[in-house]
Design a protein around this ligand. Structure first.
Ligand code: 9Z3
Length: 315
C-alpha cells in the first residue's frame, strides 16, 4: 500500500517485504563470527549500563554480482566517527557499524596522508611526530588505546546495502536484551533503491550492449521493523538528509511519527557541519556548533543533548 504525504509517496513495508529482502540477499560473510563478537561485547557491557549503536558512512548498491560498478550514498563518516567519540567519553559502550574506508573515531582530525605529514624519521631507530601534529597524534593514540583496553568500542564494517541491513538486524537482536538502555543512532546514509540480487547481472555489464536501462526496486523501510520488532524498548534516533531546506523539517516530522522514533536529526547537506535540528514529539531543538572555537563541532552539543534525553527516558 502506498501512502502519500504530498512530498513523494511512502511505501508501507510488510513483514513479507522484509523477509523476501533478507531471503534474497547474498549471505553475510562471517555472520557467525560477528554474532559471537556481539554477544560477548553486549554480555560484558550489559551490567555496566548503556550501549549505543552508531551507524556511519553510506551504503553501496552493486549493479553486478561480481561487482565492478555500484551506486553510492554520500557520507564521509565524519558525523558517525565524531559521535562515537562523544558517546565513549559519556561512558557508553559503542558498536560502530561503519562503511569500509570512512572516518574512524579518534582519527578524524589526522590529515589524509598521516605517514607523510605527521611523522618524520629522525634517526635510524627513531620516529617522531612533527610539532604541528604532536598534540593531535598523541590524543588519537591515547584515546584509541583507552577504548581498546576498556573494551568499549566494537567496530563492524560494511560496504553494500545487503551487508548494512543484515548487520543492523544482527546487532538489534543482540541488543534487544538491553531494553531501554540501548540507544540506536542511525547516522549512516542508507540507499532507498537497490537491484535485487536475483535480478542482478552476474558479470560486468558490457557497454557494447548500448545504453543501460535499469529499474531499481525500493529498499524495504527497516526503521519500522526496527522499532516494532527488533528494538521496541530502545531509544531510537534516525537522521533525515535533504538538499532542499523547504522540505527538510516536514520530512523529518513525518519520519518521527511514521517510524515512531524518539528523535529525528534533520540536516541539510551544505550546512550539516554547522547546524542540525533535532525533531522530537515535544518540539524542535536547534543545535549549533560553537563558532567561537575553531575546532568545535556540532556533534559535541548534539551528543550531550541526546545523552541527557536518554537518561531522562531511562528514569
Ligand atoms: C545523515 O543525515 C548524516 O548526518 C550525514 C553525515 C550522512 C549527512 P558525513 O558522514 O554526513 O559527516 O559526511 N545521515 C542519514 C542520511 C539518510 O540516508 N537518511 C535517510 C533519509 O534521509 C533515512 S535513513 O531518507
Amino acid at each position: 500500500m502506498a501512502a502519500s504525504n504530498g512530498l513523494g509517496s511512502f511505501e508501507e513495508t510488510s513483514n513479507d517485504d522484509i523477509k523476501s529482502f533478507f531471503d534474497s540477499s547474498p549471505p553475510l560473510k562471517d555472520a557467525a563470527e560477528i554474532k559471537r563478537k556481539l554477544e560477548e561485547f553486549i554480555q560484558k557491557k550489559s551490567f555496566l549500563g548503556k550501549v549505543v549503536l552508531v551507524t556511519s558512512g553510506g551504503t553501496t548498491v552493486p549493479l553486478e554480482q561480481r561487482c565492478v560498478r555500484y551506486i553510492d550514498n554520500f557520507s564521509s563518516g565524519s558525523r558517525g566517527a565524531a559521535s562515537a567519540e562523544y558517546f565513549l567519553k559519556a561512558g557508553y559502550a559503542v558498536v560502530f557499524l561503519y562503511r569500509e574506508g570512512t572516518y574512524q573515531p579518534f582519527c578524524r582530525s589526522l590529515p589524509n596522508n598521516p605517514l607523510l605529514e605527521c611523522f618524520e624519521v629522525t634517526s635510524e631507530s627513531n620516529i617522531t611526530a612533527r610539532p604541528l601534529y604532536e598534540k593531535t597524534v598523541k590524543e588519537a593514540i591515547s584515546n584509541t588505546h583507552v577504548a581498546a583496553s576498556n573494551g568499549t568500542l566494537l567496530k563492524l564494517p560494511f560496504t553494500t546495502i545487503f551487508e548494512y541491513l543484515q548487520n543492523l538486524q544482527l546487532i538489534s537482536s543482540s541488543m534487544s536484551s538491553l531494553g531501554s538502555s540501548a540507544l540506536f543512532y542511525l547516522a549512516a546514509a542508507v540507499s532507498d533503491f537497490y537491484v535485487p540480487w536475483e535480478s542482478m547481472a552476474v558479470h560486468k555489464i558490457q557497454s557494447s550492449s548500448g545504453p543501460l536501462d535499469m529499474r531499481l526496486a525500493q529498499v524495504p523501510k527497516m526503521l519500522s521493523v526496527l522499532r516494532k520488532d527488533w528494538a521496541p524498548k530502545a531509544f531510537c534516533i534516525s537522521f533525515k538528509l535533504e538538499t532542499d531546506m523547504k522540505i527538510l523539517l516536514e520530512k523529518a516530522g513525518t519520519a518521527l511519527k511514521k517510524y515512531n522514533m524518539d528523535m529525528v536529526v534533520a540536516n541539510e547537506l551544505l550546512t550539516r557541519k554547522e547546524e542540525v535540528v533535532v525533531v522530537t514529539k515535544g518540539g524542535n531543538i536547534v543545535v549549533q556548533r560553537d563558532t567561537t572555537r575553531a575546532d568545535a563541532d556540532v556533534e559535541e552539543p548534539l551528543i550531550k543533548l541526546i545523552v541527557d534525553k536518554h537518561s531522562a527516558y531511562l528514569s
